[in-house]
Design a protein around this ligand. Sequence first.
Ligand code: MN
Ligand code: MN
Length: 384
Amino acid sequence: MADVSRRNLISGAAAAGSLVVAATHASAEGEQPPFGPTPAPLSGKELPSFRFPLSSQPPKVYDGGWAKEATVAEFPVSERLAGVLMQLSSGALRELHWHANAAEWAYVIKGRCRVTTIDPQAHSEIVDFEAGDVWYFPRGHGHSIQGLGPGDCQFILVFDNGYFSEFGTFSITDWLGHTPVEVLARNFGAPEATFAAFPKREVYMTKGPVPPPLASDPPPGSLNVGAETHRYRLLAQRGERFPGGSLRVVSERQFPISTTVTGALLRIKPGGLRELHWHPNAAEWQYYVRGRGRMTVFGSQGRARTDEFAAGDVGYVPQGYGHYIENVGPEELEVVLALDSGAYQSISITAWMAANPPLLLATNFGVPESTFASFPKREAILPE
Ligand code: MN
Ligand code: MN
């Protein structure tokens, strides 16, 4: 568990509000979390639970949708990544906003939505998403999300900072609602009366008409689209197929804008095993979409912790910690993964052992060399 000083820091930050967290992080460079270098992680005798039941949390309900979040406030081990499950009804708009202290990565679970974005070069992109698509908004870039129907759109948002809070973002209505009307009049070259009907506080989410389809051939110059799209169709990727399942990975290699997050869609057949591995450069945040899984995390010094996961649960693996996932249910297990580095790195124990001479392995384990002759040589998802 976190030591006392760290815990106080976390609760202190939560009590003081997310603006404090944002300001602290904005001044920090590089990949370190906002409170300096990561302390010796999870140094207690026992490992804490790496499971958080996100979907059974009470939602924050808005006009047109809801959100449930898992940050360090709710899920203390997840220091490097936070997540939000959000649903928008047809026409519901998650208003124009930005995040000062995190980039936003998302996977669309069901339904359709439209995203608008702006970057510091004034490139804008308006693009539609459907189930299986991924988006990425660099830290601080403005964006909005609107449900397109038919039916609700549900997506999982992941932020590359556990101290982030979706409920403490920078919203356009919040800002304009707290700007003197004479300044607004000057800024927009309009009479003060124009702003009388503007909201006085943050809207966050609101209902509206479903927008018309995007023009398939917008007039030249109507959009200043940058070189890098914000959409990647992860489910459309073939990915890697194994006897026990499949793995689709989207790092900055496939999706250049996604410089701080690698995403993945992991499917494991009943009885299958995503074998023992670790990620040298990143923590792993997981959302269990379907099925029943069991993950074991190895935390050194004789410590291993197993948790069971059902649909709607979140899992977390600290950077460099060994782990494996088993499908323990009767149906396919589907997990959305997000790692907090744009470069995908994974080392499998199978490949590691296969890269060492059998004589060394025999010495290491104190067993005959022949023991290893039939061991697999490549990373895989193993069947039942
Ligand atoms: Mn956002
Ligand atoms: Mn992993």
